[in-house]
Design a protein around this ligand. Structure first.
Ligand SMILES: [Zn+2]
Length: 312
């Protein structure tokens, strides 16, 4: 008993130097490190899954989109600011005369005493004595600029017309001769293309967004610009039913739309707005005079200034 106790004591004392195991017969065995090797080896049949590192791309893209949004918002604000601080000028333009309705337009413009532009078609002038007469009235009014809207209006075959720059230039030159012989003093060639919303005015260069680039119509627009023509499109149109020219929107609705576009800086030029209208929508049948008069007085009350296209 005493022997066993003394052996246990020896084993306890050995703890400081290293582990010792007490065997069943009372003898001691030192702790063998190699016999309890706990190093870990991977069985060969096991599939090692690679650690997935999630790419940060998505996060980065989100950040970029966010930055872009902020930039866009700032840009919109800037544009809003731009037009709200500018002198609001509207250019009333009337296309396709002389027609039934042209006299009503002239009457209202004269009553109101405001400048405007009438883009007329050469071949319409000689179709009736009344057309010839209204053309003369328009060119003799100092507040009305009668400008070029082609001689033929492309005979309404626009694609074919604009595929040939030579024909386009000669057609507009033909109408220009009519304007020069009318007695109206014009210091420049001001025109609007038939069926196309195109700008070539100084540095302002804009092709019709509805026409595919593959048609290369810009060759015709550029040919006109090289001939000295200033080409004017429009910012918004008072649209109508093609069958008879009935206007879709009321003058009040038009004012709202015009201000909406203007306040968002969506006009082609800062502080300026070109409104496209058509003579034949102001016929007596649809109270043309009243509607035009009402739109003009609404615009005036709203602080708009009026000018003709040569000052654009
Ligand atoms: Zn037209």
């Amino acid at each position: 008993m005493l022997k066993r106790f003394s052996l246990l004591m020896i084993a306890s004392l050995n703890l400081t130097a290293g582990w010792m195991f007490v065997n069943d017969d009372g003898t001691l065995t030192p702790y063998n490190e190699t016999a309890y090797d706990n190093s870990y080896s991977i069985p060969q049949n096991d599939v090692i899954k690679p650690i997935e590192i999630k790419p940060k791309k998505r996060h980065k893209r989100k950040k970029t989109l966010h930055k872009q949004k902020i930039k866009k918002r700032a840009h919109q604000k800037k544009r809003l600011f731009i037009n709200s601080n500018e002198d609001k000028t509207i250019y009333l333009t009337f296309d396709d005369g002389p027609l039934n309705g042209t006299q009503n337009v002239i009457d209202v413009l004269q009553e109101e005493g405001i400048p405007a532009t009438m883009f007329m078609i050469g071949k319409h002038i000689n179709t009736s004595p009344s057309h010839k007469r209204v053309f003369k009235i328009a060119v003799s009014d100092p507040l009305i600029l009668v400008a070029n809207h082609t001689y033929s209006h492309a005979n309404r075959r626009y694609r074919r017309f604009y595929s040939n720059p030579y024909n386009v230039v000669s057609d507009l030159n033909r109408m220009n001769v009519v304007l020069q012989n009318s007695g109206q003093f014009i210091d420049g060639k001001y025109c609007r293309l038939a069926g196309r919303n195109v700008f070539r005015v100084g540095a302002l260069r804009c092709d019709d967004p509805a026409i595919p680039k593959s048609r290369h119509e810009e060759q015709s627009y550029d040919a006109l610009a090289n001939e000295g023509f200033h080409i004017y499109g429009w910012d918004y149109q008072w649209d109508y039913r093609p069958r008879d020219g009935k206007l879709y929107k009321s003058p009040q609705e038009m004012l709202r739309r015009i201000n909406h576009i203007y306040n968002r800086g969506k006009t082609k030029k800062r502080g300026k707005f070109i409104l496209l209208m058509h003579d034949f929508t102001f016929k007596d049948r649809f109270n043309g005079k009243e509607k035009l008069r009402e739109l003009i007085s609404l615009l005036r009350e709203d602080g708009w200034n009026f000018d003709s296209i040569e000052n654009y």
